[in-house]
Design a protein around this ligand. Structure first.
Ligand code: NAD
Length: 435
């Protein structure tokens, strides 16, 4: 099929390249000219495992091309995916400006039947709005389809190539069949194509992310209680997760969820509920717990140093909001670093993929942060290690090396990845979450 992608970011680029890999002709469009120039050379711009190799391969084999022209992408494609940002406004409601602007602009280029697909996460009723806007600008036939994306950053390519499910919302039998055909090559082993109406599909995406956020916030609350009652959340998690009705995934306590999706989608769903005059209490609580949880590690650190950390050096391992991505959106590291700097401390930081992004986006704001390529170099003369993101690189530690490098032997483990007994035996003070 001839496919167009509008917005070539984490979702757009991965979708475009994976569709191309499965034999489709894909044209990816973005307003960011520099990004498009880099993409043409095979530089994926973002860090995502397997993406660079697939991108280069599909450029070389001529299945994926890049453009800044909205006209080209609309006219040369039969199915057009909107993969545009839908960030939150200050009050938590969803900013649909880009999605609705592009919809209005693309109408005049429609030169035959098109399926226009919202892959962006959008509130219930947005596909209907897109349809209305495009109808005003064209007499040609088209359908608007909701197809929320469920890929996870850090495993985006494998998630896209072998999806757990593909949710498609449309009232059009023709568009539904085109979407089924398009995705059939991604589900040869078993059918995971779920067809529904647009509004249910739009809500499904918010429901899934909110449910996952709920599990995390629940476990974080349980961890905080666990500490107070002197239980070990690690054992509680194992005990609880072994019930097949509950399952083991998404039960890890930590320092709050981040990223471009969970925080904004929980807030977005709260806003939708408010619009329909429904008081969705549990959602508000999930969000409140998460905001509080992002501060918990620095609270422990301040208590340890009796409130005085002026002039001390702390080492932050991990800046991205989770391992295997360079994405810093809503990352707990930002809250932690801001508080440390505000209290007069200095920060040495190291991330396997996000150092460059950090320099670019926060270099000016967080001037007191020194970035290191090597995580041990960042520990020299340190008054404490703060483990923020559980990259594999940080899981195995050389305790003897740490002892020699660090000035103060204390570890604040935001992801419970270290063995407290080993650290304590080596003379370290250890703080985890809920243990
Ligand atoms: P992103 O910021 O990585 O990418 C968006 C791209 O759109 C950028 O390259 C930007 O330059 C481009 N863009 C902005 N305005 C444009 C315009 N007018 N015309 C053309 N291009 C334009 O965003 P993302 O993380 O890929 O998210 C996109 C959507 O997918 C959001 O709604 C998000 O909630 C949803 N989503 C994201 C993820 C994820 O893990 N990142 C997962 C599922 C769903």
């Amino acid at each position: 099929m001839k496919l167009g992608i509008i917005g070539t970011g984490y979702v757009g680029l991965v979708s475009g390249v994976c569709f191309a890999e499965n034999g489709n002709d894909v044209i990816c469009m973005d307003v960011d000219e520099k990004k498009i120039e880099k993409l043409k050379t095979g530089d994926p711009v973002i860090y995502e495992p397997q993406l660079a190799e697939l991108l280069t391969k599909n450029i070389e084999e001529g299945r994926v091309t890049f453009s800044t022209s909205l006209k080209d992408v609309v006219q040369q494609s039969d199915v057009i995916f909107l993969c545009l940002p839908t960030p939150p406004f200050e009050d938590g409601s969803v900013d649909l400006t880009r999605v609705l602007d592009v919809s209005q602009k693309m109408a005049k280029y429609i030169n035959g039947y098109k399926v226009i697909v919202s892959k962006s996460t959008v509130p219930v009723g947005t596909c209907a709005k897109i349809k209305q806007i495009i109808s005003k600008g064209t007499k040609k036939k088209f359908d608007v389809v909701s197809n929320p994306e469920f890929l996870k950053e850090g495993a985006a390519v494998s998630d896209f190539m072998s999806p757990d499910r593909v949710v498609v919302g449309t009232g059009s039998a023709k568009a539904g069949e085109i979407m089924r055909e398009l995705y059939s090559s991604f589900m040869r082993v078993s059918e995971r194509f779920i067809l529904m109406d647009e509004r249910s599909s739009e809500l499904t995406k918010y429901a899934a992310n909110s449910m996952l956020a709920l599990r995390i916030s629940f476990m974080n609350e349980l961890a905080n209680l666990s500490e107070r009652v002197k239980a070990d959340i690690h054992m509680v998690r194992v005990g609880v997760g072994s019930d097949p009705r509950i399952g083991n995934s998404f039960l890890f306590p930590g320092i709050g969820y981040g990223g471009s999706c969970f925080p904004k989608d929980v807030k977005g769903l709260i806003k939708t509920a408010e619009e329909y005059e429904y008081d969705f209490k549990i959602l508000k609580t999930i969000d409140e717990i998460n905001i509080k949880q992002k501060t918990i590690l620095v609270d422990k650190l301040l208590k340890h140093f009796k409130g005085n950390i002026k002039g001390k050096i702390f080492t932050v391992w991990g800046l991205s909001y989770k391992p295997r991505t360079d994405d810093l959106r809503e990352a707990p590291s930002l809250t932690i670093i801001e508080r440390l700097l505000n209290a007069g401390a200095k920060v040495n930081a190291c991330d396997p993929a996000a150092n460059e992004n950090f320099k670019l986006l926060y270099g000016n704001k967080f001037k007191g942060v020194k970035l290191f390529k090597d995580n041990y170099s960042a520990l020299k003369n340190s008054d404490g290690l703060i483990l923020v993101t559980e990259w594999t690189e940080f899981r195995r530690i050389d305790i003897d090396k740490m002892k020699k490098l660090m000035k103060t032997k204390v570890v604040f483990d935001g992801r419970n990845i270290y063995n407290p007994k080993l650290l304590k035996a080596a003379g370290f003070k250890y703080y985890g979450i809920g243990r």
